[in-house]
Structures are given as C-alpha cells and as structure tokens.
Write a protein that binds this ligand. Structure first.
Ligand code: ASP
Ligand code: MG
Length: 407
C-alpha cells in the first residue's frame, strides 16, 4: 500500500477535542491499510502568540532565538497528537525536524529544505507506527534549528510526500477547499473541484492564504498529488492537477486580493541605460522583494519609475532609495501605502482574448481607478486604492460569473 501524507493546520489542532478528532481521522487512514505520515502545525494561533511574546522582550530579537522559540509550537502539537493516537490504541511516534533530518540552509525564519533523510520515517512506518512530524521546522548542518516561513507546514508536508514518493498529500484545513475568491469577501464564492498547479501557485503568491506558495512549487516539480480539504467534514476538497488533467473548462479560476502592498515612485529619474539596473540592484542587495514595476514614457530625458513592495519592506526601501536619490539624480520620491492589489487568475487566459478588457470594465463600472497593471500568461493584476479592494474583488468575480448558484 502506498504512503499517504496528511497535513493538519493550526485551526485543525486548536484544542484537545480537535486533536482527538485528527487522531481519529489519521487512524481511519491507517486502518484502511495505508502507512500514514502526519505533518502538523502549531495549535491555533500559537505562532502568532509566540511572535508577540518575543516582541514584548525585544524589538529586534536575535533571529536564531526567534526560530528556537517558534519551533516549539509544533513540538507541542505533535506530542499531543501522538498521545491522542495512543489513546485510541494505536502506535504513534512524534518527531521533530531535527530528529528526522529535515536539512535546511541557514536562513533563519525563511529557511529552505535541502534534503530529507527518509530512513527514520521509513523504519518507524515499517514497525506499523503512525509517524507524526513537526511542520515548519528544520535543522542546519551545524545543528541549528530553523523555521521555513509562515504557513510553511504545507511545504514540509509536500517535501515529505515527494521524498517518500507518497501516493498523495492531503492538506486538511478549516475550509473545504480552494475557492474562486475569499468567501468572507464574496459570499457566493464557489469551491473549485480542480485547479492547476500554475493557477494555484499564482493564487498562493497573490494573496490566497490556503496554501504556502513554496509547497505548490514543490508539488508541481515533483508531481505530488495534492488535495486541499476540510478537517471538519468529509467533503471532497480541491485537487491540484496538471494542466492536461483539467476536466473543467475555465477562463478565470479565481480572484484574489492583497492589501499588504505599498507603492514607491521615483520621479524625474534620468532616462539612460543602467539606471534601472542600479536602483533594483541596490534594492535586491537590501533583501527587498519587488513585485510590480512600471516605467513611464520619458519626457525631456527624464522618466518616472514606480514599483510595489510589501508593507514591511517599505522602511528599508525608502532608506535605500533616499541614499540613491542624489547618486542617480532623481528629483523626488513618493510613497503610498494605501493600495490594494487585485488579481484574476486562470489558465484560460492563454487561449481567450478580451479577458483584461473585461476585468478593467468591471472596475470602471464601479468607478475604481487602476494605478498599475501587470500581467503574466495566466494572471492580470491591478493596483487600486486600498479601500476599494473588497468592492473590486466582488465586481471582478461577478463579471467572470464565478459565483455559485446560491448567491
Ligand atoms: N505554525 C506556523 C505558522 O503559523 C506554520 C504553519 O502553520 O504552517 O506560520
Ligand atoms: Mg496554512
């Protein structure tokens, strides 16, 4: 029988009762004859609470100690789940990232998995045990504990599934799948039965919080059979598939939004070779991730360059660009942190025309001004006023008729 990896998020293990429920589900899969590897997140909002606690001690805690602290959340939930499985009369063993050898690089709080030693997992499975692994954490070659980024237990689960060649990787969460939009914003949003890896990747990057984007990257690369489903119901969930396996014909699969963005404009920048290279090199050296970039047509040898960064990177971005200002001869810098980004994602964009026009029309009909636009083969993103974000999501969702019947 093939191995099944099941990942349970923080809300699925938020209290003792929920942990008992997870234990029952895991045991059921084991009873069906599958070797089961379970990956769990920290209970409820533990990771947030620990982060806050660190903030009460230090405005700038040493990154090694922060990872040491945050990794404890998952250690609590794996131990409790193993106890719950034992209570049901089955054998289970909890293991930390260090114990299983989830080897990572040394980038604290955002480490990447380099390799996983499957020997320990396989030997425990061979003994008939249910193996319960701590998500979100790893260890460096120097034996330092690292964490993989917020939400990264998904990535642990997919990496384990890829390493073990598991039959499937089921991500259990508090919603019953991937939706056409956030149901809190769009009440008639619909659950998708299928979505392609590429669409899911765009949606995860663009603000849909249901899966950690690196988990989708890994699933695509190693062809992991990935499914998002609810830990509180038996509903089917959403399967992430290859494009060729997509049965439903869709133009747009989902609409996402992201308010965690800020816009920076460098006005009156000399329009000559090397300037953009210089600006964005310095920003890259400062560790800043740039999202959209727009350069205006030049007038009298000068141009304006605008780009977006996440809100937390705005201060560093400003420091870096202020230093550059005189060096490159830019006239002024302006910022706007009251922006929102809304995006429509769908593989059908590759083969259908007029999708962008339809999206812009939806926004125009709502009187919403578009400040920036960026597109890829399967997505269109617009930067708009932050306050208008929810209205924009609803308008675009309606325009593409994504809603379910019970609106
Ligand atoms: N506990 C970690 C977090 O809250 C990892 C995860 O839940 O995926 O970010
Ligand atoms: Mg998550």
């Amino acid at each position: 029988m093939e191995i099944i990896v099941q990942k349970f998020g923080g809300s699925s293990v938020a209290d003792a009762g929920k942990i008992r429920n997870v234990a029952k589900r895991v045991v059921r899969t084991h009873e069906a004859g599958h070797p089961v590897v379970v990956v769990v997140s920290a209970m409820g909002d533990t990771t947030d609470r620990l982060t806050q606690l660190a903030g009460e001690i230090s405005a700038n805690p040493p990154e090694r100690e922060l990872d040491m602290l945050l990794s404890t959340g998952e250690q609590v939930s794996i131990a409790l789940l193993a106890m719950a499985v034992s209570e049901l009369g089955y054998q289970a063993i909890s293991l930390t990232g260090t114990q299983v050898g989830i080897m990572t690089d040394g980038f604290y709080s955002n480490a990447r998995i380099k390799s996983i030693n499957e020997a320990r997992i396989l030997s425990e499975l061979d003994q008939g045990k249910i193996v319960i692994l701590a998500g979100f954490q790893g260890v460096t070659i120097d034996n330092e504990i690292t964490t993989l980024g917020r939400g990264a237990s998904d990535t642990t689960a997919v990496a384990i599934a890829a390493t073990l060649g598991a039959d499937r990787c089921d991500i259990y969460t508090d919603v019953d799948g991937v939706y056409t939009a956030d149901p809190c914003i769009v009440p008639n949003a619909r659950k998708l039965n299928q979505i392609t890896y590429d669409e899911m990747l765009e949606m995860a990057r663009l603000g849909a919080r249901v899966l950690h984007s690196r988990s989708v990257e890994l699933a695509k690369k190693f062809n992991v059979h990935l499914c998002v489903r609810s830990s509180f119901s038996e509903a089917e969930g959403t399967i992430v598939v290859k494009e060729q396996e997509m049965i439903e014909e869709v133009v747009v699969s989902g609409v996402t939004s992201d308010k965690d963005q800020a816009k920076v404009s460098l006005l009156g920048v000399p329009d000559k070779p090397g300037i953009a290279a210089r600006i964005f090199q310095e920003l890259a050296d400062a560790g800043i991730n740039i999202d959209m970039i727009i350069q205006n047509a030049s007038q009298q040898g000068a141009t304006d360059i605008s780009f977006t960064v996440t809100k937390k990177d705005l201060d560093t971005t400003l420091k870096t660009t202020e230093q550059l200002k005189t060096k490159i001869g830019c006239q002024s810098i302006s910022t706007d942190h009251n922006i929102g980004k809304i995006s429509a994602v769908g593989i059908g964009m590759k083969s259908h025309t007029g999708i962008a026009a339809r999206m812009f029309r939806a926004l125009a009909d709502e009187g919403i001004n578009i400040q920036m636009i960026s597109t890829s083969e399967i997505k269109i993103s617009c930067v708009i006023d932050e306050e208008q974000t929810e209205r924009a999501v609803r308008a675009v969702h309606d325009k593409f008729e994504l809603g379910g019947a019970s609106s």
